[in-house]
Design a protein around this ligand. Structure first.
Ligand code: ATP
Ligand code: MN
Length: 465
């Protein structure tokens, strides 16, 4: 047994009276005296295959054919009078039951369940239309991302998940250790990491960027696409502790090339998903977010707005003067909060916005300093409904300036010796960005909560399975 004939394909068949076999789960059953309608779903598409089963009155085998039961059905494809183009005709003898699902205890009933409830039954929620549609889009989007980069000659570099370099924000990292927690070896009161597995302190990576830079400054354009980990205590609808990130790194590229690549990547993936997941998108447009399709279409067609951080602050100050209230203060030098980001993209520009030239104090040490010595060549892309979806920059390629920034920020120069050497030997202008994959899926699906666009969400105090 190996089922290759998925309902998605069956529904496009043209031949009548053709004998086929379908495998799947019963979504609904409507019984009458001598025939019964079954709606079968196999996870390949939103649409169910309608099956008409002939039987004699009071056939006892019908009792087990309930919502949730798994079956094999052999029958013939016929044109349908109903909504779908086709239906399957069969008799009760040709229905094989694999597994029953007791109606009294099966947690997924015919009715609509809340996404909160579905999160509590993570092992069954992919059997719903919403979660399955999201995960099909997620699958397609990852394929599209690889296509985008591969077609442009980028190399896919697998950067390590266990990292010895404390790349971005300290304190957000998950430590990796085999030291016994109940009896940690110490040396003068300090943990003795020489006894640890790697002989030093290690963590799960928060970003593959620094390692991607190593390969970009040798092989040209590269990208990583893998899981990253951040011990985010913040309980928001946009943060996970384990999320996937796409990080291209381009040699001989400046901030403008970086912005162009990011914008065309987003447009490419949206268009690809609109072309290849049309049914899933229209399902989500109907049931989750009525503005989804129009918004995606608009994002593909219009150039993104491009502004500086200073302009962003001015626009937000104007908004405040005209009576808009924000929870967090707006002031040159402060980081933009998601309420500010969303106001810029949703209310002022009404399209995605790329913001550049952030104050160096609120950005990472590796970002290239502008001539004003106050701002860096960073760029964030803000999108409606979410806020920041991409964060990137041109990298500081000047050895002395980078060293000075490392010292200014109190980082240990020794930890970055290899990173500095990339600037010592054949340094090149280069740039890159990080696109949060789950934030992209939020954009693509209109879903509101990041926990519903990853199969197994990991958040503060929550790791099931
Ligand atoms: P934010 O300010 O929204 O917390 P960040 O500035 O800390 O994000 P970056 O370090 O710039 O994030 O990471 C690059 C991208 O990764 C972000 O633009 C975002 O799309 C995504 N991202 C960052 N943190 C998370 C997270 N905890 N969960 C999901 N995606 C994330
Ligand atoms: Mn960022």
């Amino acid at each position: 047994m190996y089922n290759q004939n998925r309902i998605k394909n069956i529904l496009t068949m043209t031949a009548e009276h053709q004998k086929i076999t379908v495998y799947g789960w019963i979504r609904t059953k409507r019984e009458s005296k001598t025939f019964t309608f079954l709606e079968i779903n196999d996870g390949s598409c939103v649409t169910n295959l309608q099956v008409i089963v002939d039987h004699s009155e009071n056939d006892t085998r019908l009792r087990a054919l309930n919502t949730g039961a798994s079956v094999q059905i052999d029958g013939t494809i016929e044109p349908s009078q109903g909504k779908q183009p086709l239906e399957l005709h069969t008799t009760i003898d040709s229905v094989t039951l694999f597994g029953e699902a007791d109606g009294a205890t099966y947690p997924l009933q015919k009715k609509r369940h809340s996404l909160e409830y579905l999160r509590e039954i993570g092992h069954l929620r992919p059997r719903t239309n919403t979660i399955a549609a999201v995960m099909r889009i997620r699958s397609r989007a990852s394929f599209a991302i690889h296509n985008f980069f591969q077609s442009k000659g980028f190399y896919y570099i697998h950067t390590p998940l266990i990292s010895a370099s404390d790349c971005e924000g300290a304190g957000q990292m998950f430590q990796v250790t085999t030291l016994p927690l109940e009896k940690v070896p110490t040396e003068n009161g300090e943990v003795d990491y020489s006894k640890d597995f790697f002989g030093k302190k290690t963590s799960l990576t928060v970003s593959g960027q620094l390692e991607a830079e190593i390969y970009a400054t040798a092989m040209g354009n590269c990208y990583t696409f893998g899981p990253t980990f951040r011990a985010e205590h913040s309980n928001t609808t946009r943060h996970l502790a384990e999320f996937w990130m796409i990080e291209p790194e381009m040699a001989f590229c400046d901030i403008d090339g970086d912005m162009d690549t990011a914008e065309s990547l987003l447009k490419y993936v949206i268009k690809d998903v609109m072309d290849n997941c049309a049914d899933d998108l229209s399902f989500l447009n109907q049931w989750i977010d009525k503005g989804l399709l129009a918004r995606l279409q608009q994002i593909c067609e219009q150039p993104f707005a491009r502004i500086t951080y200073t302009q962003a602050i001015e626009e937000l100050e104007k908004a405040i003067k005209s009576g808009v209230k924000f929870e967090f203060p707006v002031k040159w030098g402060n980081d933009l909060q998601s309420e500010h980001e969303r106001y810029l993209t949703e209310n002022i520009y009404k399209c995605p916005v790329t913001v550049t030239g952030y104050p160096k104090e609120i950005k990472a040490f590796y970002m290239k300093l502008n001539d004003d010595k106050k701002t860096v060549r960073a760029m964030d892309i803000l999108v409606p409904g979410i806020g920041e979806i991409i964060g990137g920059s041109e990298r500081e390629e000047n050895y002395n300036i980078l060293l000075q920034r490392i010292n200014e920020l109190g980082l240990d120069e020794k930890d970055y010796s290899w990173y500095l050497e990339l600037r010592k030997f054949g340094t090149v202008p280069h740039a890159g960005f990080g696109l949060g994959f789950e934030r992209l899926i939020l954009l693509l699906t209109g879903m509101q909560n990041i926990r519903d666009v990853i199969p197994f969400p990991r958040t503060f105090k929550n790791a099931e399975f």
